[in-house]
Structures are given as C-alpha cells and as structure tokens.
Ligand binder design. Structure first.
Ligand code: ZN
Length: 376
C-alpha cells in the first residue's frame, strides 16, 4: 500500500483568525484565562530512528552515519524538528492555515496552488492569525516588508538519556515515483488538494525497507548508509509556553498526547518504516503571572501536575474536542497514525513502470493500492 495518505481539510470551515495575545500581556481581555508554563515530555523510540546531521555528506559511505548528536556527544532530536511536527498537528487538528504547502511540487513541475482556497493559504497579517501562527509564530515576507509574530511556544532539543543502536543499513531509495498522481493529490472532486500528507506506521516487529548499496540518481545518492537508533532509546524534552489562550493550549496538548491508539512519526525515512515514536507527558507546570505579580508571594500562582497530570490534560482536551477539533482530519489521522498498524498491510511506493504508468491505475486512489506492484 502507498506509504502515505492525507488528512482531509474541511473546506467548508475557514480557519478562524484573530489578533494574537502578545508576549508582554499579563491577563487576557476581560479576565480571560491565559496559560503559561512548561510541559515535560518523554519520547520513546518504537522503530529505527535517524535524524540527519547536516554536517555529514551522504556520499561518504566509509562509515555509517549516526543520528545527530550535540556537542556533548548526546543523541538529540533538535527542538526545531519537534516544533515542526507539533505545528503541523496543530494546523491539522485545529484548522490552521497551510503554512508549508503552497500547492507547488517539484519546483513548478506540478502546481496545485489554484486548488487551495485563498482563505486557507498561509496567514499574511500578524494582527489576524490562525491558531497555528498564533501559537508557533509566523514570518511572512511580502513585497519586501517583513511581517512577523514570534510565537508563544519554545521547544528545547530532546536529549537521549538512554540509547540503543540499530544495525548499519543502506536505506531504501527515498525518491517518490513520478509523475505525481493527481488521483492521490487531489480530492475526488478535483477542486481541492487532498489534504495534509502523513506517513503510515510500519510494524514495530518488522524491518525498515533497505537497499544493498548507495543508489545514485543524477549523480547524488538517493538513499543513505546509516546506523539508526533502535527501540529502547529514550529522549526527554521540554516545551515552554507563554500566554496561550484556551484553544491554543488545548491544541498544543492534543498535538503532544494524540490518542491512545496513535503515535507520532519524526525524522528520516518515514516512507521506509522509520521514525515511529511515542510522546508521554510527565509533568505540567502552570504559572499564573498575573497572580504572582499582584500578590507578591513566592510560589503563589504556580501549579504543578505530575501524578495527576492526566486530569488536567484531559480537562483541556475535552474543551478542545467539543469546540475546536477538525473532525475530518482526526478521522483520517487516526487511521494513518494508528499504532500498531494494521497487521495485514505492507507499505511501499507503487512501481512507476508496473503501476503508475499502466492505464489500469488511472483514477485509482490511495485506498486502491493495497496490493499493487512495488517500486524496486
Ligand atoms: Zn496561519
């Protein structure tokens, strides 16, 4: 089966935009409750995980590349990667704008820009922002004038406090067959893009798709020789947040915890069965700066949730589910990020020659690819 599918966008429901709460505000409008503090999160590796170190040249195959480490030799997942993953989820589940995807694939080879209604395109005005741009920030260059909102969430690097190495592998080729199949990328009406792309999990008992050597395309390798981290590796990271409104806080919490039957994917080789991880919140600290400011007592206005963390998290999730959740998207993401995955299905790119280029594949959608020939 095709290794990815799309979480649909509800085109009837335009992203709600409003003025963001600025950093220096102590209380919201009319005593509106705002959330500031920290969330501590454990991250457990479920299938081989590899984060590319940009300092390493993929053509150098004398030694397998290791997943990125910091200056102390600790394995890390950069905060920027985690932020990107969580932002995409807030956009998807909270009905945000389309930040990264503007309809262009492969530098103008295919352009679906006209398949995105203008109200769904990336926010352009820092006084009128969607939930994702209010939470994580926005940077929009338009006619030479920068228009910026810094965002209210900071995420530190996840640091491995325990690591297990997987064996050395040449990964499978990471080039999607071309041409892009419009029956995958557009919805049935062909009026809109199909949604936001997510990769299925592979079985944690299986092995990622590999090759026997480096495979060159256009003079550059299209795979890597690596030694990933294995199941058993455990990271920890911290999210700091300031002045989040109720919907923003709920969306952030949902992006971290998802649902019991779902897991995240991060890093290199997602179509090959790599990068499945579980996020487990371990401690939530809420700081009421308004109370601290007015009452002049240390410790005043600080709440810590550790054993009872789920009571507090679930309280905010319930509000988010009732008022803000994008239901089409969670239905799709539940299926795509289901973990463990459907045991009867293997995920791989269908073969260009044996499938995409055959007349029989015309009009076929992702759900129709369960047993088609695979790309070699
Ligand atoms: Zn936005």
């Amino acid at each position: 089966m095709n290794p990815y599918d799309f979480a649909r966008i509800d085109w009837e429901r335009i992203p709600e935009r409003r003025k963001p709460m600025w950093h220096n505000r102590l209380v919201g409008n009319a005593d509106q409750k705002l959330y500031s503090g920290q969330l501590e999160v454990d991250l457990d590796v479920l299938t081989p995980l590899f984060i590319v170190d940009p300092r390493h040249d993929p053509a150098d195959n004398r030694e397998p590349a290791l997943s990125i480490q910091n200056d102390y030799g600790e394995y890390i997942i950069p905060g920027s990667s985690l932020k990107g993953m969580l932002r995409t989820l807030v956009e998807t589940l909270g009905n945000g704008c389309l930040t990264l995807f503007d309809g262009e694939y492969d530098r103008r080879e295919i352009n679906y820009r006209n398949k995105i209604a203008s109200d769904f395109r990336h926010c352009w005005d820092n006084t009128n922002l969607c939930i994702a741009c209010r939470t994580f920030g926005m940077l929009q260059e338009r006619e030479g004038r920068g228009n910026v909102f810094l965002g209210k969430v900071n995420i530190g690097d996840a640091i491995a406090y325990k690591h297990v190495l997987y064996q050395s592998i040449y990964t499978g080729v990471l080039v999607e067959p071309k041409p892009r199949h419009k029956d995958f990328y557009l919805d049935v009406s062909e009026e809109h893009i199909a949604g936001r792309k997510f990769y299925f999990h592979h079985s944690p008992n299986g092995k990622p798709i590999t090759a026997n050597s480096l495979q060159y395309m256009g003079g550059r390798p299209s795979n890597r020789y690596i030694r990933p981290l294995a199941k058993g590796t455990q990271f920890h990271f911290r999210i700091d947040f300031t002045n989040l409104e109720e919907d923003e806080f709920g969306a952030l919490l949902l992006a971290v915890v998802l649902e019991e039957t779902m897991r995240h994917k991060v890093g290199y080789g997602k179509p090959l069965g790599m990068g499945s991880v579980e996020l487990i919140p371990t401690k939530l600290t809420l700081i009421d700066y308004a109370a601290r400011y007015t009452q002049w007592k240390m410790g005043q206005g600080k709440q810590e949730f550790e054993k009872d963390i789920w009571t507090e998290v679930n309280r905010h999730l319930a509000i988010f589910y009732a008022q803000h959740l994008q239901t089409l998207a969670i239905e799709d993401l539940r299926r795509i990020w289901r973990f463990p995955p459907d045991p009867g299905v293997n995920y791989y790119y269908p073969s260009k020659r044996e499938w995409f280029d055959k007349p029989v594949s015309k009009g076929k959608r992702i759900a129709d690819t369960r047993s088609v020939p695979r790309q070699m």
